[in-house]
Write a protein that binds this ligand. Structure first.
Ligand code: PMP
Length: 419
């Protein structure tokens, strides 16, 4: 999101307070207490229109797509196909053919590793990832390296949780064949200089995949401006349903990649002697797709297109600042991830208090945080900690909720801390 236009705090606060009403779940009362949902980095909540889109599809035009001549199938096919164009516009891809529907970020990364990777990476080659990757942007590359005899290299980070660009530069060499990098860290909140990283890799003609799972809900993505070769994200982290995600790939790369899974839809013609494959993107979408969730992802994009992203981004930064300042004042609390450019995520440890115990105590207050490794075990190893407590904010959160978190943390320390 463009945060260059300064917005008076009160205006963005009021605007975002109004958006809360779009999310029915925020009226829930776990244990009779108002829900304070701070696990947005794991999955965002869904506005009513997204939930209604699912209901409407199943109740009024559920049908398989692309192969039916009947009314329902045509309606469902049209709704499904429209979403590809919506996604294209949403991330500013140059063609709808560059949009592949997947199950989510994890499958998107695996698709690239299994197709582009298998074809183009060989023994002795190197793949660069960073020290703050989610497991889903490490393990597929490790599997590929094992299969091919290639090597995984890791960009280091500093104590604030920022990538060290010189470390990246020193890893680049003639053996480097691929770079896979997270846009925004889910466990530290760090927003990485992906555009700079992509430009450096491209100086050597090395393709770059960006894991955009945490970036899509909080910033405007322009894949042409980034010039990334692949961009992966999940619908459920941007107000859409689970089970659907996107892989963007540059058309010339996609066209030269072998298929991913075999089955219906991805073929042009099948015989026992020889099968020919469908064109991009269908070549990568075997079988009946996740029709309902793709359609509801389109509704989530409509929702995002309808909100004032500048106000939302400004308010999320205020929530982040409020939580950060509050946590810094609490004795025994240590923030993990203090990068200068951060998304609305606070990760912290409490000296003498087990993170899981603290999370369970906060839960009794109706506060949903996440504790543990956050699928980034190497990050925890880097900081020498067993895990963190993570609160991740969305525009529908409030300062009052954060104050309740801060009170909850103080109480957790009184109750649980062992000297
Ligand atoms: N990358 C990052 C940075 C993430 O935060 C996540 C989800 N926690 C993923 C990848 C994986 O996303 P999914 O589970 O939706 O495939």
């Amino acid at each position: 999101m463009n945060t260059e236009v300064p917005i008076p705090a009160i205006q963005s606060q009021q605007y975002c307070a109004g958006l809360r009403a779009d999310f029915p779940i925020l009226n829930e009362k776990p244990y009779g207490k108002p829900l304070i949902y701070f696990d947005n980095a794991a999955t965002s909540q869904k506005p009513a229109i997204v939930i209604e889109a699912l209901q409407e599809y199943y109740a009024t035009y559920n049908a398989n797509i692309h192969r039916g001549v009947h009314f329902l199938s045509q309606k469902a096919s049209q709704a499904f196909d429209d979403v590809r164009v919506k996604v294209q516009e949403f991330i500013h891809a140059s063609s709808e053919r560059e949009i592949i529907f997947t199950r989510g970020t994890t499958e998107s990364v695996n698709l690239v590793a299994a197709t582009y990777g298998r074809k183009n990476i060989g023994a002795g080659d190197e793949i660069i990832v960073s020290a703050m990757e989610h497991h889903s942007n490490i393990v597929p590359w490790q599997l590929l390296c094992e299969e091919k005899g290639a090597k995984l290299r890791v960009i280091e980070m500093n104590d604030a949780g920022e990538l060290i660009i010189d470390s990246f530069k020193s890893l680049l060499n003639e053996k480097t064949k691929f770079v896979a990098i997270v846009h925004t860290s889910n466990s530290l909140g760090t927003i990485n200089p992906v555009k700079e990283i992509i430009a450096l890799a491209h100086e050597r003609n090395i393709p770059v995949l960006v894991d955009g799972a945490q970036a899509v809900a909080h910033s405007k993505i322009d894949v042409q401006d980034l010039d990334c070769d692949f961009f992966a994200f999940s619908g459920h982290k941007m107000f859409g349903p689970t089970g659907v995600g996107v892989l963007y790939g540059k058309l010339n790369l996609l066209e030269n990649m072998p298929p991913y899974q075999g089955g219906g839809e991805m073929i042009h013609s099948v015989s026992f002697e020889k099968t020919t494959f469908n064109e991009v993107p269908f070549k990568f979408e075997a079988g009946t797709p996740n029709i309902a969730d793709v359609i509801a992802l389109g509704t989530a994009i409509d929702y995002m297109n309808g909100i004032d992203l500048n106000s939302v981004a400004a308010f999320e930064q205020e929530l982040l600042a409020h939580a950060t300042e509050g946590l810094k004042k609490i004795p025994h609390v240590k923030l993990i991830g203090t990068a200068s450019k951060k998304s609305s995520v606070v990760s912290f440890v409490i000296e003498g208090v087990n993170a899981l115990d603290a999370g369970m105590y906060l839960d009794t207050l109706g506060i949903a945080v996440r504790t543990g490794l956050h699928c980034t075990e190497p990050v925890m190893q880097r900081f020498g900690i067993p895990g963190t407590i993570r609160a991740s904010f969305m525009f529908y959160n409030t300062f009052t909720e954060i104050d309740q978190l801060l009170d909850g943390v103080k109480k957790a320390i009184q109750l649980l801390r062992r000297d």
